[in-house]
Design a protein around this ligand. Structure first.
Ligand code: ADP
Length: 485
């Protein structure tokens, strides 16, 4: 059933193209279900390449007037959008928990986190500075300006239905670029509610579009259409590679936030209680379905048993259920495939000798609920070592030296987030610098915010989101050489 909202207009079952709420040309729709109950929430239009092209063309037509606005004018519209998102925090959180499943408190947190990018980039819009370069010849002057890249596309995942959109759209709009968004089919209603609020905030027709429907068709148009100059994607490494290939034909600028395989290292000088708390936050948040979730937990031999015991005790306290229920700390997995992957990883690990300290099976609530799980005696031969589980499973590996921990941690093609707990100052620097990751959390399990650069290296992606760097992704550098002075 549809969620009960204070502002019923935030529940939109149409796509938003060129400032109009629209159905698919074919009239076809796709159902969206609540992962906690399996109930149908509503439908979205099943649009394809033709509607996507219309959105791109509308964006292109709207672009000149948007880029011609002063940064302050764009900033004011973004600031209004931020205020409207925060005013609608309860409704947006309810929509999110309904379509995504995360506990309501996490949804509220994501709305605020998502909105923070809109606030931040409203501010950053005014700080797109260029350079004046001391010339190499006396009769020349060299000037560098930054200009909006043009029409941009955003393809976003279901795990953060609001934040993954604002993190891309806010800097694009701030820089002076229009956007065409393809949200995940699992969580389109948050995206559509954001579009409704953007319209109310005064974002002009064509500047922000949301197209819903089959990923391949919409993605095919977004990646091949030469008018689109930039694609910003968050999702799996597999799809990211495919989109990168598809963008090659028109040499689009790319930002990719792909999979991770985050190590979480607990050294023997760590504050164990703090490490347990950090592991709880970064492993079980969003039912383990974030790209920065700890995927491999490496614990020093001397503190392994103590850490395992403390973590297991905490995990036992975690209440599983519908995100709307009081006290629930873990919701359902997003779908049957996610559940199957978690089951496969646990089965593989236990077949190869790992022990289940807690959990290890589907939850009695049924559906896609899975028990929060701790595995001990995990070894590098198990699937959890190389593949992102994307579920509530904490596999504990044992190590004996700092060098070994670093080597194990870096032995992956991924390089998004890493975490470690240690108190020795020399070790903190050594390990922090040695980890081949875009983000390193030291004595903390929570690293995401709007003011710092988020992004990965190696096969985890290209580019950074948030921070002063985030807006650069939507700007081109132009160098003007003035001669004959
Ligand atoms: P996840 O595991 O998070 O679902 P995906 O990479 O499959 O990761 O999905 C992330 C986003 O990419 C979603 O919006 C999805 O619809 C979209 N997507 C998936 N396959 C394609 C594709 N072939 N072309 C374009 N977009 C795609």
């Amino acid at each position: 059933a549809a969620p009960k909202l204070q502002d019923a207009k935030l529940f939109r079952q149409q796509a938003y193209v060129n400032g109009k709420w629209r159905d698919a040309a074919s009239g076809e729709t796709i159902q969206v279900t609540n992962p906690a109950s399996g109930e149908v929430i509503g439908t979205i239009p099943s649009m394809g390449a033709a509607e996507t092209r219309e959105a791109i063309e509308a964006a292109d037509r709207a672009w000149p007037a948007w880029r011609a606005k002063t940064a302050k004018e764009r900033a004011n519209i973004l600031r209004t959008w931020f205020n409207l998102i925060m005013q609608a925090q309860e409704d947006l959180a309810a929509l999110m928990t309904t379509e995504q499943g995360k506990p309501l408190a996490e949804s509220r947190g994501e709305v605020a986190y998502g909105a923070s990018f809109v606030e931040w980039f409203a501010e950053e819009a005014k700080r797109v500075y260029g350079d004046i370069i001391p010339p190499h010849q006396g009769d020349k002057r060299l000037v560098v300006v930054k200009q909006p890249i043009g029409v941009t596309a955003s393809i976003t995942p279901w795990n953060f239905p609001i934040a993954m959109i604002t993190r891309k759209c806010a800097p694009a709009l701030a820089a002076g670029c229009p956007v065409v968004i393809k949200p995940a089919a699992e969580t389109p209603f948050c995206a559509l509610a954001l579009a409704e609020l953007a319209e109310r905030a005064g974002v002009p027709a064509g500047i922000l579009n949301v197209v819903t429907g089959p990923a391949k068709e919409i993605g095919g148009e977004l990646t091949s259409n030469p008018t689109v100059r930039k694609l910003s994607f968050t999702g799996s490494t597999e799809v990211g590679k495919l989109l990168m290939e598809q963008c090659a034909g028109t040499v689009k600028k790319l930002s990719l936030e792909l999979g991770g395989n985050a190590p979480f290292i607990v050294f023997d000088d760590a504050d164990l209680d703090a490490a347990v708390e950090g592991a709880m936050m970064c492993k079980f948040r969003n039912t383990g379905q974030t790209c920065v979730c700890a995927n491999r937990i490496f614990v020093h031999d001397a503190v392994y048993d103590a850490f395992a015991e403390k973590l297991t005790a905490k995990v036992k306290e975690l209440k599983v259920g519908s995100g709307f229920e009081e006290g629930v700390g873990q919701g359902p997995l997003i779908g049957p495939e996610a559940l199957a992957k978690v089951e496969e990883h646990v089965a593989d690990a236990t077949a190869k000798g790992a022990k289940v300290a807690v959990g290890g099976k589907r939850h009695e609530l049924g559906g896609t609920f899975y028990e929060p799980t701790v595995l001990t005696g995990v070894t590098p031969q198990m699937k959890v070592t190389d593949e992102e589980t994307f579920g509530p499973v904490a596999p504990l590996f044992r190590f004996k030296s700092e060098e070994e921990a670093i080597e194990l941690a870096n032995a992956t093609q991924y390089g998004l987030a890493a975490y470690f707990y240690a108190r020795d100052l020399g070790r903190v620097w050594r390990v922090g610098e040695a980890l081949e990751y875009g983000i390193v959390g030291i004595n903390t399990g929570i690293i995401s915010n709007e003011v710092a650069p988020f992004g990965g290296i190696k096969e985890s992606g290209i580019g950074r989101e948030g921070s002063k760097y985030g807006i650069e992704e939507f700007l081109e550098i132009k160098y003007m050489c003035m001669g004959g002075l």
